[in-house]
Design a protein around this ligand. Structure first.
Ligand SMILES: Cc1ncc(COP(=O)(O)O)c(C=O)c1O
Length: 397
């Protein structure tokens, strides 16, 4: 029996693989510190859970319209006006089964075989595989200053070709927490303004910026790009709702209509009960958001300081999201020992039972990704273990 060709184009998600490895060790009774997972450790806020209970009590357990209930669409529209100063109508928004699904359906709606899509590195592991499944090709764009991670207009200009159908912007980013200020973003958008292509803004970490950083937003900076900008977002990270699987897309009505047709033959609507919860998350009381973000901010400062205290580790200061992406090349060897960030991650989980993700699938093999979506206590213990494992390994002379 033969499997499809398509399945050969994708690899399992590196981040999910680490979570599974951690779970397997835990089943053996081993206490693992999981700094690999890309999900907030907080519980979903009570007002959101209550909205789901109310939906159940009302019997909202049936199919809904494919692109989401009227209530959720209204909540998305409300959120866009409140948080982003954007006026969108309900024909220009839709709900999806998570931000990942939003991007997946969008790629299916936009791309043809052979289309090129620019993906700034380091990038979220799933973009290249999801693009491949849509027949498109990720063209990875490295910033000239590789270790600064921030794309400059020249980098973008040099990467654009007549085949470039879209550019994916993810600010703040997974895995390096890179966020663009309005000025930095404007410089990139000036380049894109001259090249007819889609701008896909993956905003799932938009609320997670620290130290007073002002985040640039595509349509605030350049409203004239609206006809070719699509925003994908999600309640997963902002509202600690990863398991509920609700994401959403905002864009031209024609794109939303095409995506709704595809989604109608794919998943139909996202879960009815989760939609009711997401509507409360987006349009209800927002008090939980700054509370969680304040905590993430403290953790960021703590983790960066502790990593920088480990000899020979080079660690950027992320402006957002909840990851750090240190360069661990000083501990990588040509033989006898870990050769890549991935092998170092395997060493750390085996040796000291700390889960982190190797950098290869993010485009940077000499790095590891550490998530600080964990308690200060666990971060403290996890970093103590990492420091001791690295000390034992020793830097390359
Ligand atoms: C950059 C980025 N985009 C999108 C997603 C999708 O999240 P979800 O499908 O939970 O909404 C993630 C999740 O890790 C992410 O890191």
């Amino acid at each position: 029996m033969q499997l499809s060709e398509r399945v050969k184009w994708v690899k399992p998600s590196a981040t999910l693989a680490v979570t599974e490895k951690a779970a397997a060790l835990r089943r053996q009774g081993i206490e693992v510190i999981d700094l690999g997972a890309g999900e907030p450790d907080f519980d979903t806020p009570e007002n959101i859970k209550e909205a789901a209970r109310r939906a159940l009590a009302r019997g909202e357990t049936k199919y809904t319209p494919v692109g989401g209930t009227d209530e959720l669409k209204s909540a998305i529209v409300t959120k866009l006006a409140r948080d982003n100063g954007l006026q969108y109508g309900k024909t220009e928004v839709m709900a999806n089964c998570g931000g990942k699904h939003a991007l997946f359906v969008l790629f299916q709606a936009l791309f043809n075989e052979g289309d090129e899509v620019l993906v700034p590195a380091p990038y979220w592991v799933s973009y290249p595989d999801m693009l491949a499944l849509a027949g498109a090709r990720a063209r990875i764009v490295f910033p000239q200053d590789r270790e600064n991670f921030k794309l400059r207009p020249e980098d973008l200009e040099a990467a654009l070709t007549p085949r470039t159908k879209a550019v994916i912007l993810n600010s703040p980013s997974n895995p390096a927490g890179v966020a663009y200020s309005p000025q930095e973003l404007d410089a990139l958008l000036e380049v894109l303004g001259k090249h007819e292509c889609w701008i896909i803004s993956d905003d799932v970490y938009e609320k997670m910026v620290y130290g007073g950083f002002v985040l640039g937003q595509v349509l605030k900076v350049r409203p004239e790009l609206r006809p070719r900008t699509v925003i994908c977002n999600s309640v997963s990270k902002t509202y600690a709702m990863t398991g509920w699987r609700i994401g959403y897309t905002v864009g031209p009505a024609e794109v939303i209509k095409a995506m709704t047709t595809i989604q109608g033959q794919m998943t139909s609507n996202p879960s009815s009960v989760a939609q009711a919860a997401a509507a409360e998350a987006l349009a209800g009381n927002q008090d939980s958001v700054p509370r969680m973000m304040e905590e993430f901010g403290k953790r960021r400062d703590f983790v960066v300081a502790r990593l920088r205290a480990i000899p020979h580790i080079r660690c950027n200061e992320p402006q957002g999201a909840f990851y750090v992406f240190p360069n661990v090349s000083a501990y990588l060897r040509k033989s006898q020992g870990p050769k890549t960030g991935d092998e170092l991650a395997a060493y750390l989980i085996e040796k000291v039972h700390v889960a982190v993700v190797g950098g290869t699938d993010f485009g940077y093999p000499d790095h590891i990704r550490i998530s600080y979506a964990n308690s200060l206590e666990n971060l403290d213990e996890g970093l103590r273990r990492i420091a001791s494992a690295l000390a034992e390994l020793g830097p390359v002379a």
